[in-house]
Every structure is written in structure tokens, then in C-alpha cells.
Design a protein around this ligand. Sequence first.
Ligand code: DLL
Length: 431
Amino acid sequence: MTYWDQKTETIERAALEALQLKRLQAIVRRVARKVPFYQRKLADCGVQPRDIRSLADLRRLPFTTNTDLRDTYPTGLLAIPSEDVLRLHTSSGTTGKPKALFFSRRDVDNAAELMARCLVMTGVTHRDVLQNMMTYGLFTGALVMHYGAEKVGCLVIPAGPGNSEKQLLLMQDFRTTVIHVTPSYALYLADFMEKKGVDPRRDLALRKAFVGAESYTEETRRKIEQALGIDVYNSYGLSEMNGPGIAFECEHKCGMHIWEDNFLIEIIDPRTGEPLPDGQTGELVLTALCREAMPLLRYRTRDITSIIPGPCSCGRTHRRLHRMTGRSDDMLIVRGVNIYPQQIERVLMSLPSVGRNYQIVLEGLDEMTINVELAEAGFDGHVEHLTRLQSEIVDRLRAEILTKPKVHLVPPGTLPVSEGKAKRVIDNRSL
Ligand code: DLL
């Protein structure tokens, strides 16, 4: 087993908790001095920095929300002088003002350091060639991975997303061993290779993919692994907390270790805000213990997950997060039924005749149509022959989501592909 930072990654829980408390106290003192927004919030809760005497006192602190970030845009949460800011990223979300995320020099270095831990945890070494297919720019996805992989000493190819012809050429010419990619683009790339007659096992040197930035199911992981003949590791992160590299799977691929020396984790009931014990599913709340430019207290990620109880056989003592089952705000209510898009994905991706892309369209009063791309293999050019498959999909979906959707089968490669995060749900309802 190799580690990037063995001492920190395998730290005893008691020592870890002592370190967390020290860092929590320091961060609360700092925001109370430097950030008027937190001065007000702490005063509203009647909490002073000296009241934080144990980790349990975390719960006395106020939550920070998405709306707080937008309301204080652009610099209202900055905790260092603006001349000490080294980098700006933004996260656009779907509506309204963007969120501005600032990094100091220490934040940039630290994000790369955590990323390096993640890479080495999956067996990456300086001999690997990493083709980074995330979007370079205001999005954190590409740059944070880029600096982390350089720290490990990999050859990093800053390919960015899209232009699959070029991606393939780069993979062939430079013997790429690892790709960093969104699940939707990984599926698209697998299709593209199939069409081009490229067999990744025979023609490429690919071994691993780091897949994240959007939610996906175990079925999708398996589909990517089988199509490309590689290991897929789940990677979770959010721009408010560095970007990628905060929670990542180890070689055992059974949950994502989250770096608890840097982040305090809580799982709460999203409706009441009450904490839930390990093993129970709820909303992930994160407190950044080391972020300098813009530390956030108890940030409500809206991501739904649970903490996997028990130790991991890799020897790391940092707890693991279960694969995200969606976001509290991407739950759809269709004819009164609560549906997560992941439930639909799970059904579709488990069927071999279904291809790698789908789209959920909501229209009219409350009509749900699911456009499903067919797999290339076995498709004879006629969707109208496939009524049996169509009813099978409808039946399986009805059993999973408890409402009957319309299913529309479409030929392989005909649904739109996005270069960044996939847009799976189109909600045109008039309600
Ligand atoms: O997506 C950071 C990132 C880049 C993570 C590359 C992993 C790889 P944001 O654009 O701020 O940052 O979006 C963060 O994306 O709150 C989740 O809802 C979702 N998300 C990210 N990774 C995963 C994942 C980046 N592995 C938001 N599984 C988060 C499920 C994910 N959802």
C-alpha cells in the first residue's frame, strides 16, 4: 500500500480529532475577526469563538448556504486582503448570480496536496500519463487535478473536454494511462471508440479513470469500466471546498475517503437540520478547516449521502462517504411522487440494450418522457421493432419510481452531449 502522506492519512482517530478541534477553534477565531458576514451570524447565534471547546460545539455554529454565497457575491466572504488572493474560480449553478471562490497561495498548494493524496491512493505514480478532460477555466475541475497530478510527477496532458478525435489521438500517441473525466463524457467517449473500431484494451494503455463532477450510479461505473477495460474511481468535490480532491476512492473502491484533517463532516436531515448518525442518509455539511482565503462554516452542500461506518482495509483512518445519491434540490416531483434522476439512471444503465445517454423531459401539466439512446451493438436501424424492450423499460421504471413514464427509444448517438456537466433533466412544465 502506498501513501502520499502516510502519517496524516493513517493518523489515529484521537490525534485526528485533537487536530480538528485546534483547527476549528482557529478558523472560528479568524472568521470572527475578518468576515463581517460571520461576525453577524455568530452574534445571531449568541456564540463567541471561546465557546468552541469541543468538536460537539460545532453544532452551535450557524450553517452557511448557497444563498449566503450569492448574497455576499463577490467578496463578502473573503477572509484575507484582496492582494493576497492568488486565484479566482466561480461556480455558476443553474440560476442567478455566480458564486465567487477565492484561493490564497496556501489554498492552491493545499488543494494540490490533497489531490496528490487521492491520486497515489489509487496507485498513480510519476510514471503515469494523465489526460485531463475536465474544462479548464473558471471551473475548478481541471486546474486542481492538474496541479495535483504535477505534484505527483505525472505527465499531465491538459486536453480539456470534447473533440473526441483529438482525445483519441492524444491517448494513442502519448500512451495515456489515466483519464479525468465526467461520467457523461466517459460514456460518450466509449461510444465514440466503438464507432471508430478502437478497442481500448488492445489499442490503448488506459488503466484508470477518475470520474466525478456529477452524480452517477454503480451501474454507470460498471458500464464505463466494461466499455473501456479500466478501473473507475469515484471523485467528489465542490468548488466551495477546493474543487475535486476532497473525497476520493482508494484501491478498494468502496466509498470515498474524505480528508478529515481538512474538512469536518456532518450528515443532517435536510428538512430539520438535525444531525444523523453514521450509516444514515442525509445532506452532507462541510466545514473547511484549512481554507485561508474563504473558509466556510457548516456549508450545506445539498448533496445526499451517508458516512460508511467502520474502518477501511487500506489503513486510512479518514472516514468514507457513500456514493452521492443525488442532490436535495434535484428531486423531481411528478404527479406527487418524489423521484431522483439517479433512480432512472440505475434502471437504464443495468440494461445491455440501452446505450449510454438518456434525457428526462417534463412537459405539460406533469408529463414525464424519458428519451433513451439504444446501444450500438445489436441495433438494426429500426427503433419501431423494439416494442418489447420499450415495455420492459417502462415496467422496470414504474417499479422503481412508482409512476409510469413515457419511454421514447432513439438511435445510438442522437441525444445531445454536453462538454461540461450533463443536463439530464429538461423541465418545461407549465405548472
Ligand atoms: O464539480 C468539483 C469536481 C470536479 C469534483 C471534478 C470532482 C471532479 P462544482 O462545479 O462546484 O465542483 O460542483 C459541485 O457537483 O456539490 C455535487 O452536487 C456534484 N458532484 C461533484 N462530484 C460528484 C460525484 C465540482 N462524484 C457539485 N458524485 C457537488 C456526485 C458530484 N456528485
